[in-house]
Design a protein around this ligand. Structure first.
Ligand code: ADP
Ligand code: ADP
Ligand code: ZN
Length: 214
């Protein structure tokens, strides 16, 4: 099963993608996580990506597409995968379709986690990420057992630089301009499914399982 997660920054794509990956035993591929790992490791790609990410802008398509196409061609993706944060532009979607077509494959679902802008700033200012394993939490809606400490690995939790309100505003503008058109793109392909992302995260997941099947 091959799935794309769509939605504004902070809509809950990552949260739901992790749950999908666990239930259906497929890899979770997050381009944001890949870039953050590259930044942490000081790679050339990380250095390039950081200049865009810090401004709330998208990393140029040419730095993203090959990376994802290589990743989905790896062996562990044979039974499918869930893409989180990719594609984010029409050219990225077209490049992915072309790569899949060459393999005689196609995307099964594009799931749009729908959350209005008003809710996003609140979501993002409360989001906390583990510096060691990348797990994400929310200070109110998905809190850890011990404040500031990752349940998963014991690492410390931080507010991502790009989750500060000024940068979130910019990312929302970028989302509406460059990413939202993908909703129509996948609707036209007949694989778009929309779920209400404003409800409790377990209820969002139930709606997704209704779509994907038990
Ligand atoms: P969010 O939580 O907003 O969905 P991500 O972790 O997916 O954020 O992405 C963080 C940043 O990484 C984005 O603001 C963007 O700069 C960059 N990025 C991630 N995926 C892509 C992509 N597919 N194309 C371009 N830039 C990307
Ligand atoms: P995205 O990957 O779309 O940027 P995340 O999955 O990181 O979004 O979620 C953004 C923040 O909102 C995180 O702090 C997360 O714990 C929280 N969150 C996710 N889903 C919900 C939900 N349904 N209700 C409330 N908070 C949520
Ligand atoms: Zn951790």
């Amino acid at each position: 099963m091959k799935i794309i997660m769509l939605g504004a920054p902070g809509a809950g794509k990552g949260t739901q993608a992790k749950k999908i990956a666990a239930k259906y035993e497929i890899p979770h591929i997050s381009t944001g996580d890949i870039f953050r790992a590259n930044i942490k490791n000081g790679t050339e790609l990380g250095k390039k990506a950081k200049t865009y990410m810090d401004q709330g802008l998208l990393v140029p398509d040419e730095l993203v597409v090959d990376l994802v196409v290589d990743r989905v061609n790896q062996e562990d993706c044979a039974n499918g995968y869930v893409l989180d944060g990719f594609p984010r532009t029409i050219p990225q979607a077209e490049a992915l379709d072309k790569a899949l077509e060459e393999l005689g494959q196609k995307m099964d679902y594009a799931i749009d986690v729908d959350v209005p802008d008003e809710n996003i700033i609140n979501r993002m200012s409360g989001r906390r990420a583990c510096v060691d394993c990348g797990a994400t939490y929310h200070i109110v809606y998905a809190s850890t057992k011990q404040e500031g400490i990752c349940d998963n690995c014991g690492g410390s939790l931080i507010l991502r630089d790009d989750d500060k309100p000024e940068t979130v505003q910019k990312r929302l503008v970028v989302y509406h301009e460059q990413t939202q058109p993908l909703i129509d793109y996948y609707m036209a392909k007949g694989i778009l499914k929309t779920v209400d992302g404003t409800v409790d995260l377990e209820d969002v997941f139930k709606a997704i399982v209704d779509i994907l099947g038990e």
